[in-house]
Each structure stands twice: as structure tokens, then as C-alpha cells.
Ligand binder design. Structure first.
Ligand SMILES: Cc1cc2nc3c(=O)[nH]c(=O)nc-3n(C[C@H](O)[C@H](O)[C@H](O)COP(=O)(O)O)c2cc1C
Length: 178
């Protein structure tokens, strides 16, 4: 069977392989059409029962500058765009048997798709979970029902995005084939 969806599937794996956490950015802006395509991947991403229990803030310009006070790492200061992904648990699908809600999972999937499309566009990115939550909530004027899951910084990387080996646990330790 050769039911590949793109002409060269190795390109997709190449993009996955080049994704890495970038913590040093060039101050160059992100082109609006590029940003638009990346934002569309967020909008199209899946969520449990298609509830879309989320809100994303695309932080640029003046507010972006104010966000420097939110970060603990200087390397992020040059990133021209920050995306803040918020989960809204009240709007999430809940599993009947145990009542677990999936808003954080849904937001995480959307941010992952965002990061991979940013990589395909030649942009560097980094998840940022360690930041000043109170300041971030205040700057974004978040309603109490919004939970800020993570920030993602985006911009052109100082170093090229090249494939490199990762420090990861071996398959045998983390996977069971049944
Ligand atoms: C949920 C999550 C939160 C993270 N938060 C931070 C962070 O606050 N600061 C940071 O420098 N890196 C952060 N990272 C990046 C991880 O340190 C990084 O993904 C990990 O070391 C693997 O490296 P790689 O992304 O280059 O493959 C975070 C990653 C994830 C998935």
C-alpha cells in the first residue's frame, strides 16, 4: 500500500526532527501571512467532542514588550510574538464515568500543532510554563474561568533549526508493544 498523503513523507519527519526548543531569537518580525497560517492551525485543531474549550491570545507589539516582565529568561525577550493558550474547563467535554474534563489536553494539542506549523515555516518556538502567572493574567485581563495553560514564544531563531539527536529515554523504557 502506498497511501501517502503528501508526495514526500520524509519532509514531514524532517520537520518533526528539526523542532527544538529555541531560547534565542532574532528581533525580526514574523510576516503577517505566516502568522495567519499558523493561527489557522490552532483554529482547526481537534478537541474532545469538538467543544473547543479554549481561547488563544496572539501577543504582539506594545503588549508583547510588556510581557518581558512575565518571563524569567532573557533569551525570550527578543521573540516578537507570544501565544498564550487558555483552557476554559466549563466549556470542556467531560467523561461520563469519572467526570474528567479535557480542556488542558485540547489546548495542548492546539499549541503543539501551532509549534509544528511554526517549525515548517522556519520559525523557532518554545513552550514556556515557567513564568509569572499573576503578571500574565493581569496583562491579558483574563476572566477567572480562563486557565492559562502555557505560553509559546515564536520568532526567527538565532541558530538554524537543524536535526539533532535528543536526550530521550529508550523506547524499551517508555513503550510497551502488546
Ligand atoms: C509543557 C512544557 C513546558 C515547558 N516550559 C519551559 C519553560 O518554562 N522554559 C524553558 O526554557 N523551556 C520550557 N520547555 C521546553 C523543555 O525544556 C524542552 O521541550 C525539553 O527540554 C526538550 O527539549 P526540546 O524541546 O529541544 O526537544 C517546556 C516544554 C514543555 C513541553
Amino acid at each position: 500500500m502506498t497511501a501517502q498523503l503528501c508526495k514526500d513523507v520524509s519532509m514531514f519527519y524532517d520537520i518533526l526532527g528539526r523542532r527544538k526548543s529555541v531560547r534565542e531569537f532574532m528581533p525580526a518580525p514574523i510576516e503577517p501571512d505566516k502568522l495567519e497560517r499558523i493561527m489557522e492551525t490552532i483554529r482547526r485543531s481537534p478537541s474532545a467532542a469538538n467543544c473547543q474549550p479554549w481561547h488563544f491570545y496572539i501577543i504582539k507589539d506594545d503588549l508583547r514588550r510588556q510581557f518581558d516582565t512575565v518571563f524569567f529568561k532573557q533569551g525570550f525577550y527578543d521573540a516578537p510574538v507570544v501565544v498564550a493558550g487558555c483552557a476554559i474547563p466549563d466549556r470542556s467535554w467531560k467523561r461520563k464515568c469519572d467526570g474528567k474534563q479535557y480542556a488542558w489536553v485540547d489546548v495542548t494539542i492546539a499549541l503543539t500543532e501551532l509549534i509544528l506549523s511554526a517549525t515548517a515555516e522556519g520559525l523557532g518556538s518554545c513552550w514556556v510554563a515557567s513564568f509569572d502567572m499573576d503578571k500574565a493574567r493581569e496583562l491579558l485581563k483574563l476572566p477567572p474561568s480562563y486557565e492559562l495553560v502555557s505560553l509559546v514564544v515564536l520568532g526567527y531563531p538565532k541558530e538554524p533549526l537543524e536535526f539533532e539527536e535528543k536526550n530521550r529515554k529508550p523506547k524499551e523504557e517508555i513503550m510497551t508493544v502488546l
